[in-house]
Design a binder for this molecule. Structure first.
Ligand code: HEC
Length: 125
């Protein structure tokens, strides 16, 4: 029982310390500095897990005929400046971001199409 109380106290103090560190403003999240590999991994993992969790109920559309032209226009207007497109490099904004926006072609291959569909669904609605 005493061990459990000590563990809970340590857990509580660790949580307070973590919140204090986040709240202090001492963490540098500016795009000018690259985060440490650990922080970069943590941020990217949180982003991917969040997309995966929130996209789990989304069914990618199957009736794509006739929608490709609309999708390409929307992608060119809203996404390509950062992510680039087939045969098109990202624009100045995309090249200046940290982390660099990944090629969505690679992201779609790495994950489930539902994840990309979820991101676009959120952006287009
Ligand atoms: C202002 C720049 C910007 C725009 C515009 C933008 N994105 Fe992104 N996007 C990013 C960045 C930066 C990341 C990487 C975030 C990370 O790695 O933590 C990203 C990540 C993603 C990912 C996750 C890729 C992966 O590795 O799993 C998807 C999917 C995505 N964007 C889709 C879109 C779609 C669809 C649009 C257009 C509707 C769009 N984005 C517009 C900057 C942008």
């Amino acid at each position: 029982m005493k061990t459990l109380a000590i563990l809970l106290l340590l857990l509580f103090l660790t949580a307070i310390g973590a919140i204090g560190l986040l709240w202090s403003g001492r963490l540098d999240v500016s795009a000018g500095n690259s985060p440490s590999p650990l922080v970069e991994w943590a941020m990217h993992s949180v982003m991917q897990r969040s997309v995966r969790a929130h996209a789990s109920g989304i069914q990618p559309p199957t009736n794509l005929a006739g929608r490709a032209a609309d999708g390409q226009r929307d992608f060119d207007e809203m996404c390509a400046q950062c992510h680039g497109a087939p045969g098109k490099e990202p624009g100045e904004v995309g090249q200046g971001l940290n982390p660099r926006p990944p090629s969505l072609r690679d992201a779609a291959h790495a994950g489930h199409p539902r994840n990309c569909s979820g991101s676009s669904k959120t952006a287009f609605e």
